[in-house]
Design a protein around this ligand. Structure first.
Ligand code: FMN
Length: 311
């Protein structure tokens, strides 16, 4: 007899079948991964970042493996808003999983334009704002490192997409991540996702040059997991718990054990990124592992586990 456990979660008013998402940029627009993973079994799917116009991204090499992780400097390569709506949305619409579109831009106006246009699309449940992008109007300062800019961009996007769930994705490359989280919540973010990658570098000692053409890239994978768990717990304790804003935790998740750490730290749901490249069925195994943990620990609802870290 199958034991009854409820691994569905409520996430900013959305009902998810389970708390497992794929992280932005690691499963394209879904069709690329459809042969390798059961997209209908996911709690949620997040597209790679979409910008107003198509982008070629950075020159090669733009990926390098590191100890327990990888660096990427893809540079937001994507097909652009119009092609996404024409070619990819009809495919995404067919999936049962909740769909979030990740939005990026170089000016606040670009974020607003993309959000406004996509807010008309019923298949999209919400947006994830990638604010780890340099603001060209402000001399290249990353949006997500300045509380005032985070507030401004969150408020502006929310104003043109009130019907959609707005999740703001936090960069760990800041002095105090809670200050940024607070700015997003104050401006109307319905959820927060964390963390994006850490800026990092790998050097080829023969050429004495950086391996990536872009010099630096974002570090992801198991190497960053303990830092990500710590930051999720910090934002949960200092901002999200009181504000009742759900957290989507990510950074180095490979297994159900990793996912459960994030949930205990304060995440309502989790996302798997880099590990999809290593084990395309890892999300499925993680969902099964979470269910088994609930059975073993006699937890009737997974949501009861969020933020239960003991001192
Ligand atoms: C190849 C690659 C591409 C990514 N592209 C995006 C992107 O387009 N937008 C974004 O917000 N995050 C992007 N990310 C960051 C991930 O969504 C995630 O925040 C980060 O990798 C940490 O999770 P992980 O360690 O499980 O990969 C990318 C990560 C990787 C590895």
């Amino acid at each position: 007899m199958e034991e009854k456990v409820d691994i569905s979660v409520e996430f900013a008013g959305l009902k998810l079948a389970n708390p497992v998402f794929t992280a932005s940029g690691t499963c394209g627009y879904a069709d690329e991964m459809a042969d390798f993973m059961d997209l209908n079994s996911l709690g949620g799917f997040i597209t790679k970042s979409i910008t107003a116009r198509p982008r070629k991204g950075n020159p090669d090499p733009r990926i390098v493996e590191t100890d327990s992780g990888m660096l990427n400097a893809i540079g937001l390569a994507n097909i652009g808003l119009e092609k996404f709506i024409e070619e990819k949305l009809p495919i995404l619409e067919k999936f049962k999983s909740v769909i979030f579109v990740n939005i990026a831009g170089q000016t606040i106006e670009e974020y607003i334009a993309v959000a406004e246009r996509l807010s008309k699309e019923k298949a999209i449940a919400g947006f994830e704002l990638n604010i780890s992008c340099p603001n060209v109007k402000k001399g290249g300062i990353t949006f997500g490192t300045e509380p005032e800019q985070v507030e401004q961009i969150t408020r502006a996007v929310k104003a043109v997409s009130a019907d959609k769930i707005l999740m703001v994705k936090l960069t760990p490359s800041v002095t105090d991540i809670s200050e940024i989280a607070q700015a997003a919540v104050k401006a109307g973010a319905d959820a927060l996702s964390l963390i994006n990658t850490f800026t990092a570098m790998v050097i080829d000692i023969e050429t004495q040059r950086p391996v990536l053409a872009n010099r630096t890239g974002g570090l992801s994978g198991p190497a960053i997991k303990p830092i990500a768990v710590y930051l999720v717990n910090k934002v949960y304790n200092e901002v999200a718990k009181e504000a009742k804003v759900p957290l989507l935790g990510m950074g180095g998740i490979r297994t159900a054990v990793d996912a459960l750490e994030f949930i205990i730290a304060g995440a309502t749901a989790v996302a798997v990124g880099t590990w999809n490249f290593v084990e395309p069925d890892s999300c499925k195994k993680i969902i099964e592992g979470i269910k088994q943990y609930c059975i073993d620990k006699k937890i009737s609802k997974i949501s009861e586990l969020t933020g239960t870290l003991k001192s």
